[in-house]
Design a protein around this ligand. Structure first.
Ligand SMILES: [Zn+2]
Length: 595
């Protein structure tokens, strides 16, 4: 019943120069059962008790995911294969009573049937895992080398950023536990595409079929890598791996120091918009190899795998990276400046239609990522703002402030370069004061009020003021004259379910709640799809009866509709830009609206 043990290699003898104290083995004898079979052999153990702790989260995804809930069948054995006593101390902490044994083998299985970039997935087509969701760490020994041998089905191959051991097949060596955690594994019949950029080897490993044009994808990825390397003066790795999963309607990415995992809709790569969105995802995860993987805030300088790791700077780690994921494809020539401005306009529209922007500062959103961003509920839009979205737009404004002050001779790139030199290369965590000071030194502007209002406060972002030197204004539009009700509904199992009710809206004041089933307007049946069309029959300040089921009880609500609200914001050129405005716009985006 324990095939893993009999096939466990002994790298300590085979490759004495490496001399790691821990050797993991991962077998997948029956991929259809979604079970990875893991064994850990520790040699040279001298204490009476062996503590083993399973990570509760993985860096880059700020939620306690309780990975250990997928662990089953834990056993501990001595060198002769005899069981050793063990007990659990907490949800993720095991203690093995090692007695006088210097060689201990621990075995367990991990159920893997969750296909995302930050979880594990094993089926008849492939195995994918994140080491934080697979392996214990041995406290006090995290800085030691760890060997890892994969025993794949005979026709499958292995892709990982970890360096391979020269002496043993399918064996990889992590310099320490952090490097192990930072190294995802793809095991299967995935397709490999090698390419070289700036003299360094790069590879796409693609699982799943889809409508991608690989030549185009490699050419554009090359341009993205070159564009980002130009900001930071080179590439701080020996080789880089893009793991791409093509699946049904999936979207996501997880960054690593010399790899990233991407998941994307298999048929979403042909449309212009879908392809641009994918290249932004590539640009985003690649940019992270500097911003957040090496340029880390103090709270993420040393990872604590047992609990939440707090920082109020995720707006910079994620938001500034999101700012660059739109800028980089523009600079790489994947789309033009007008397309870029449209994408920024879409982001502004998203922000301006989220009521929570007036409630939660983006620094607080960063700090509370662990309990809020990844756990959305019906009230989230009323009370929260995403540090991705607002961080992106705050970064956009800070970039323009710097550009206007220095006539485009400086930009956010200079902030990134300084952070890279002071904090990224030595991998020392930055504080919020360091971050503000570097922005101020590049901008040569006192940003105290900016920080207080837009990062620690909830003031509306000053788009017009900061865009003015570039001859742009932000225009709010009402694209369809629907009186304001303040709810959204969605068809679920054939019924219209109210998903969101905006705080302070006519719908809320009339007592309509998320979860209510929408039935009728003015006593006539209405579906979720028909709601907006039907509301167009009414005027602002008109009172209409909306009928819902609230917890199985019929409820008639008298709703007084309000004036339509803007639902689209666009960046537009001013009517008659001055020469100075034209010059700044030209220097920033290389375009000129005057002609
Ligand atoms: Zn990110």
């Amino acid at each position: 019943m324990a095939p893993v043990l009999s096939s466990t290699p002994t790298p300590f003898e085979a490759n004495a120069a490496i001399a790691p104290s821990c050797h993991y083995t991962v077998a997948l004898p029956q991929p259809a059962n979604h079970l990875f079979e893991v064994s850990l052999t520790i040699q040279g153990w001298s204490l009476d008790v062996l503590d083993l702790k399973f990570p509760v989260w993985t860096p880059g995804s700020y939620l306690v995911r309780e990975y250990v809930r997928h662990l089953q069948g834990f056993t501990a054995l001595d060198a002769k294969g005899q069981p050793l006593p063990w007990h659990k101390v907490s949800k993720n902490h095991w203690q093995v009573i090692t007695q006088d044994n210097s060689t201990i083998t621990v075995q367990y299985k991990i159920f893997a049937n969750e296909l995302t970039v930050r979880t594990n997935h094993l089926d008849i087509t492939h195995g994918y895992f994140n080491p934080a969701a697979m392996f214990f760490r041995v406290p006090a020994y995290e800085s030691e080398k760890i060997a890892l041998t994969i025993i794949p089905p005979s026709t499958w191959h292995i892709s990982t950023p970890l360096p391979a051991a020269t002496s043993q097949p399918n064996t990889f060596i992590a310099a320490n536990f952090d490097e192990l955690v930072d190294s995802p594994f793809e095991i299967g019949t995935h397709t490999l595409y090698d390419f070289e950029v700036l003299g360094k080897p790069h590879q796409f490993a693609i699982w799943g079929e889809g409508n991608l044009n690989i030549e185009q994808l490699l050419a554009d990825t090359t341009k993205i890598i070159e564009t980002e390397a130009a900001i930071f003066d080179g590439l701080p790795y020996d080789r880089y791996l893009f793991l791409l999963h093509l699946s049904a309607n999936a979207y996501g990415g997880l960054e690593h120091k010399s790899a990233c995992s991407l998941i994307y809709s298999r048929f979403g790569l042909q449309s212009e918009d879908g392809y641009q969105k994918f290249m932004s995802l590539v640009a985003h995860e690649f940019f992270h190899l500097w911003n957040v993987k090496r340029i880390r805030p103090k709270g993420l300088e040393v990872f604590d795998y047992d609990q939440e790791n707090y920082t109020d700077s995720l707006w910079f780690c994620e938001g500034t990276t999101s700012f660059y994921d739109l800028v980089i494809p523009l600079r790489a020539g994947i789309y033009d400046a007008k397309c870029y401005l449209n994408k920024v306009s879409e982001a502004i529209t998203q922000l301006q239609t989220i009521p929570g922007r007036k409630v939660q500062p983006v620094s607080e959103s960063s700090f509370d990522a662990w309990i809020k961003l990844y756990r959305p509920d019906a009230n989230s839009r009323n009370a929260q703002v995403s540090y991705y979205l607002k961080g992106e737009l705050v970064s956009f404004l800070l970039d323009l402030l710097i550009r206007a002050q220095h006539q485009n001779r400086r930009s956010l790139d200079d902030v990134m370069r300084q952070l890279w030199q002071q904090f990224g290369q030595p991998e020392v965590g930055f504080t919020r004061d360091h971050l503000k000071a570097i922005f101020e030194s590049v901008a040569e502007i006192d940003l105290t009020n900016f920080w207080a209002s837009y990062i620690d406060g909830t003031a509306e972002l000053p788009f017009d003021e900061i865009l003015a030197p570039f001859g742009l204004i932000l225009k709010a539009e009402v694209s369809s004259p629907v009186p304001y009700l303040g709810l959204t509904a969605k068809t679920e199992h054939g019924t219209a379910v109210i998903k969101f009710v905006e705080a302070g809206s006519p719908a809320e004041q009339a007592g309509i709640e998320p979860g209510d089933e929408l039935l009728a307007i003015a006593h006539f049946r209405v579906s979720a799809d028909q709601l907006n069309d039907r509301l167009q029959h009414y005027q602002a300040r008109e009172t209409v009866t909306i009928t819902v089921f609230h917890q199985d009880m019929l409820r008639e609500c008298a709703v007084t509709l309000d004036e339509p609200l803007p639902n689209r914001w666009t960046l537009q050129p001013v009517a008659q830009p001055t020469a100075a405005q034209q010059e700044l716009l030209q220097g920033w985006l290389g375009i000129d609206f005057s002609g």
